[in-house]
Write a protein that binds this ligand. Structure first.
Ligand SMILES: Nc1nc2c(c(=O)[nH]1)N[C@H]1C(S)=C(S)[C@@H](COP(=O)(O)OP(=O)(O)OC[C@H]3O[C@@H](n4cnc5c(=O)[nH]c(N)nc54)[C@H](O)[C@@H]3O)O[C@H]1N2
Ligand SMILES: Nc1nc2c(c(=O)[nH]1)N[C@H]1C(S)=C(S)[C@@H](COP(=O)(O)OP(=O)(O)OC[C@H]3O[C@@H](n4cnc5c(=O)[nH]c(N)nc54)[C@H](O)[C@@H]3O)O[C@H]1N2
Ligand code: SF4
Ligand SMILES: [Mo]
Length: 701
């Protein structure tokens, strides 16, 4: 393993053992300098076992891409255009703007929006920057749009939020594996190796998805519910498990509380009734319950299909209830988990870029947590602001009379990825000051007043926490190009210019060591995670409260981290989607991903092989529906919801329900699926309803 380039390193290393810049699988890769280019080579690591998807293979193409930003841009006040500028002018525009806006409107008038792709060090520094240097309560991040419903459900049931409470390798050994609203064949392709292993050993793989995705086609059974009805499916499965005697009553008695209320509720979820609500045949519900109730090692996983709903927390809770009733969490080889999405989706939600949070997954309204973190930051606890509002509420308040007048964005492209995006875009445009740090001129950067060019993953050291709760090292291969600075360097410089009472550092190792101290004693305790320890083996699982003590690959073996050590059941009831179909909007729309594009597409739409593989948006619809609408494959369609419209060619496929259409959300402009989506929020997680709204589909012209 080679050492990495750090500021002050005289000779750049020839290779770096690091991880992919994209999703939470964090596949191992080695970067090498070859003839003036950076080459990606797959590397053995427990998550990818030597595999990479097409996005990983091509990740280095963006490093020296012509679209790469290498100088700050400032919006010219007379022409209204973005113009190259010096760092000094850009930083002066930012600090003058912040001072002026805070003097006139108060400290909360400046807001921060972060991202789950940022390293732990950056996520931590960003939260501290907001609370200490800006003194604003208004910070949140795109993880709210990602796994927040599973996080909230995990907190209330288990007392902790770690996506997978066990290593990924357990999937390959499960007798029964239930995937609810997950399409890893496209979203985490190397993970499919575990599913192949599982099936080859005779395991049952059951996929719940309104579309027969590549993942569903690899399964032994596919349940194809109406979007937004997964909660009813969960309650029906538990109903059957109860009547068939598959509930583990000893486990329920010893390790949980609250089962009686759940038992009463699920009693009403007869399979025949649930078939009518969801479209899933009784026989499939019964067979699925049997596979779960009688399998030895049983794993239940949810992902965005089940979670991105205005009832996402309750839906996940339905599957957690099922897992608890079957005695799975903590049983070797079994359990419930959520497949986290973004590269640092897990770590990014632990160290303080959430509105209600301080580092170590502490609550910002907890007096003891405030004292602890304020002491690490060297500021009085009373000076720390209180909780802010969630991502969508924050975006929706921008530029309104009581809302923030300035926003700093690091690691997100909400013009494309936020729900009801036209409205969010208008809010962003109404700001007095929009600052975006990015690698490329994303759609959000394009409407900013100041754009800051930032370093890419191959140019920075740091840590990431993958979907298993395993903390990994990101290692730099080279320095950023001239003119480009790291996010840590920019935050440090801005904090200095703003006269921050707290100290900041541009050195990721220094920041990580401070993060460890700030997290000490919190639920996500990183005290014992050192860079050296990560280097010695394949990462370190949190919680890890001491350098000498063990880490925690498996949670819940003896107890749950709740006050009484028991997991908690919560009764949950099915309810309709926030927006139901009507004569004007007679079809359901659901949204998601394709293999070759990543998120808002800001990075992957610029990479030639990925653009060739997935050149643009499309709308999937069933041939029967197409016939009713008089639509042929490839016809240009207009999809309209109560909030906007999308133009996209038709893609006919029998793999989708005839009452539902699907569009990926990776594109902008007229191809922006989020022009349609519903901003109805889950009452607890504040997750928007990305996965179901009502639309009308017409042929254009
Ligand atoms: N190629 C690619 N990979 C990615 C990403 C990417 O953008 N592109 N993003 C990463 C991130 S941040 C994330 S969060 C993960 C997401 O990973 P996944 O959750 O696997 O991805 P999605 O495509 O959003 O949704 C999964 C499936 O949910 C289904 N679905 C839609 N509505 C419903 C419903 O109501 N119920 C059920 N049961 N299923 C439904 C969709 O048809 C889809 O196949 O992927 C990560 N990996
Ligand atoms: N309709 C619909 N909408 C969705 C979803 C859906 O399923 N359906 N899924 C939601 C989910 S799960 C997610 S996670 C969000 C994601 O959506 P976004 O938050 O928009 O995520 P990205 O496209 O990854 O945006 C990251 C941006 O930051 C830049 N960037 C990358 N690394 C860095 C860095 O280190 N520093 C800085 N400063 N910038 C960096 C990238 O170039 C890019 O412009 O989308 C959500 N939106
Ligand atoms: S699966 Fe995720 S981490 Fe692995 S190569 Fe693909 S995008 Fe990168
Ligand atoms: Mo995500």
């Amino acid at each position: 393993m080679t050492d990495s380039a750090r500021p002050g390193t005289a000779v750049a290393p020839q290779e770096a053992a690091t991880h992919c810049p994209y999703c939470a699988l964090q596949c191992g890769m080695t970067l090498r300098h070859v003839e003036g280019r950076v080459e990606v080579h797959p590397r053995q690591f427990p998550t990818n076992r030597g595999g990479l998807c097409q996005k990983g293979w091509t990740a280095a193409e963006l490093l020296d891409h012509p679209d790469r930003l290498t100088t700050p841009l400032l919006r010219d006040r007379t022409t209204g255009e973005l113009r190259p500028a010096s760092w000094d002018d850009a930083l002066t525009r930012i600090t003058d703007g912040i001072r002026d806006i805070q003097a006139r409107h108060g400290r909360d008038a400046v807001a921060v929006f972060g991202g789950g792709g940022l390293t732990n060090e950056k996520a931590y520094a960003l939260g501290k920057f907001a609370r200490v240097a800006l003194g604003t309560r208004n910070i949140d991040y795109n993880g709210r749009f990602c796994m927040s419903s599973a996080a909230a459900a995990g907190m209330r049931a288990f007392g902790i939020d770690r996506g997978l409470p066990f290593p990924l390798a357990d999937l390959g050994r499960a007798d029964t594996l239930l995937l609810v609203g997950a399409n890893p064949a496209e979203t985490m392709p190397p993970l499919m190796r575990y599913l192949t292993e599982q099936r080859d050993a005779g395991g049952e793989l059951i996929v719940v998805d309104p579309r027969a995705t590549a993942t569903a086609r690899a399964a032994t059974r596919h349940l194809q519910p109406l979007p937004g009805t997964d909660l009813a499916v969960a309650n029906a499965l538990l109903h059957v498990a109860l009547t068939e005697g598959w509930v583990d009553h000893d486990y329920v008695a010893a390790r949980t509380t609250g089962f009686d209320a759940v038992r009463r509720v699920v009693a009403g979820y007869w399979p025949a009734l649930v078939e009518r609500l969801t479209g899933v045949p009784v026989a499939d519900l019964e067979a699925t319950a049997r596979a779960l109730g009688t399998g030895g090692r049983v794993v239940i996983l949810t992902a965005r299909g089940a979670e991105q709903h205005a009832k996402g927390v309750d839906t996940v809770t339905g599957y957690v209830n099922l897992a608890l009733a079957l005695g799975l969490p903590g049983r070797p080889g079994s359990g419930y988990g959520c497949l986290t999405g973004q590269g640092n989706g897990q770590g990014g939600r632990e160290h303080g870029q959430k509105a209600d949070q301080l580092p170590g997954y502490r609550r910002i309204d907890d007096p003891a947590a405030r004292e602890h973190v304020a002491a690490v930051w060297g500021v009085p606890a009373d000076d720390l602001p209180g909780p802010g509002v969630s991502a969508y509420e924050l975006l929706d308040s921008l530029g309104t009379p009581d809302g923030p007048r300035a926003l700093l964005v690091l690691g997100s492209n909400p013009v494309v990825s936020a729900p009801r995006a036209a409205r969010v875009e208008a809010r962003l445009r109404s700001l007095d000051l929009l600052v975006v740090s990015d690698l490329v001129l994303s759609e959000t950067a394009a409407i900013a007043d100041v754009v800051l060019p930032t370093a890419q993953w191959a140019e920075e050291d740091g840590t990431m926490t993958n979907l298993e709760g395993r903390v990994l090292r990101r290692r730099a291969l080279r320095e950023p190009p001239p003119g480009v600075r790291t996010d840590l360097a920019v935050l440090t410089e801005l904090a200095g210019r703003l006269g921050s009472p707290g100290r900041f550092s541009a050195d990721p190792r220094t920041v990580f060591d401070e993060l460890r101290r700030a997290s000490a004693g919190g639920p996500a305790d990183y005290t014992g995670v050192t860079w050296e320890r990560i280097d010695d083996r394949d990462g370190v699982f949190w919680p890890c409260p001491s350098v000498a003590g063990p880490d925690t690959p498996r949670l819940f073996v003896d107890r749950f981290p709740t006050p009484d050590g028991r997991a908690r059941f919560h009764p949950v009831e099915h309810r309709p989607a926030a927006e139901e179909v009507s004569p004007d909007y007679p079809l359901y729309l659901t949204t998601g991903r394709v293999l070759a594009q990543y998120q808002s597409g800001a990075q992957t739409r610029r990479i030639t092989p990925l653009r060739t593989a997935a050149p643009g948006v499309f709308v999937e619809l069933h041939p029967d529906l197409a016939e009713r609408l008089g639509v042929a494959d490839g016809d240009e369609l207009r999809v309209t919801s109560r909030r906007g419209e999308l133009l996209a060619p038709a893609r006919l496929t029998p793999t989708i329900r005839p009452d539902t259409v699907f569009a990926p959300f990776h594109w902008a402009g007229t191809g922006r699926a989020n022009s349609l989506t519903n901003d109805a929020l889950d009452p607890t997680s504040r997750m928007p309803e990305f996965k179901v709204c009502a639309v009308r589909v017409e042929k254009v012209g």
